[in-house]
Design a protein around this ligand. Sequence first.
Ligand SMILES: NC(=O)c1ccc[n+]([C@@H]2O[C@H](COP(=O)([O-])OP(=O)(O)OC[C@H]3O[C@@H](n4cnc5c(N)ncnc54)[C@H](OP(=O)(O)O)[C@@H]3O)[C@@H](O)[C@H]2O)c1
Length: 340
Amino acid sequence: MNSTLIKVTIKMGSETTEVTPSISGIDSKQLECIPHLKLSDGNEMPMLGYGLGTANYKRGPNRDKFDEKLINDTLKAIKNGYYHLDCAEAYGNEPELGAAIARSGIPRSKFFITTKTSCRPGESIESAFSRSLEKLGLDYVDLYLIHSPFWAQPAAEKGLAQAPADLQAKWAEMEALKDSGRARSIGVSNYLREHLEAVLQTARHPPVVNQIEYHPYLQHEEQDGGGGLVQFHREKGIATVAYAALTAVVRAAPGPVDGVYERLAGKYGVTIADVALRWCLDQGIVTVTTSSNEERLKHWIRRLPLFKLTPEEVDEIAKCGREKHYRGFWTAKFAEGDWR
Ligand SMILES: NC(=O)c1ccc[n+]([C@@H]2O[C@H](COP(=O)([O-])OP(=O)(O)OC[C@H]3O[C@@H](n4cnc5c(N)ncnc54)[C@H](OP(=O)(O)O)[C@@H]3O)[C@@H](O)[C@H]2O)c1
């Protein structure tokens, strides 16, 4: 089916518009109606992804056991149109993701597969990447990320000033993968502005994305109200990928955005989780979520493209969100009150 021929109806208040599904108009890698974001290296990324972390993270004694349930859950996501799949060596489930891709019967070229390296001490990026590819059973990934900057030696305790030379040397190893074509795009995760600045000083291929915790209670703004991390990404052509976008709904409720989420959910006839996800998408932010509930997955992929928040509504949620701060991930690395 040629996706460029499909029209999608977008309803905004009383207005209805017909649009073609993909922002580039090329054959869609995902369901026809979720747009793709063009990255700075020219590759395209579906703006909604399904993550194999958090709830799907393999821990404890079963970490090395092949998990059929995880394969089936991932297959359910794929069957419902999630072709952007977010994994990491740390999640311990690259083999299950690889098995789900293989069993889906869907051509590899339709998927957008991300995995991440933990940068284990003493191990090269090449070695970590080869192991991930083998576990996935793939010969390339669409996006390879450094999972966090915290493997590098902190120059200052909880000051997060990882040594620039460490960050730059590791990035040069990532660039070699990009050159080889086995990682179509390369990026980072959980990097702060200072980490990105260090990498950008010497990068031949700048990181195309920074995957960060992002929701109304963690907007990464400067203490003085300055633009902060997301604005910095925009200035440098780095796409923001949000994880934990449902935080205000699932882990930090009740809170000051509850009222506006509920009002907008009522206005558009959607759920508050839809509003939370749309708040990221409507800022041009790629959003990776997850659910073990097939009805939720089905609902998001069908419902999210059919409404859009106005810029004023996006701003209203941001404004309410600034009244509370909450960080759910990597908390041990940050001092209390550090909301960068
Ligand atoms: N780079 C990093 O350091 C990093 C860190 C964290 C996550 N990630 C990535 O981002 C992905 C998503 O992260 P996340 O889990 O934090 O995403 P999230 O979108 O904030 O939360 C997803 C969770 O919300 C629950 N949920 C959804 N709708 C709900 C509702 N209406 N009521 C109650 N619960 C609801 C889901 O549970 P049900 O199963 O019950 O639906 C699911 O466990 C991960 O899988 C991983 O790939 C990356």
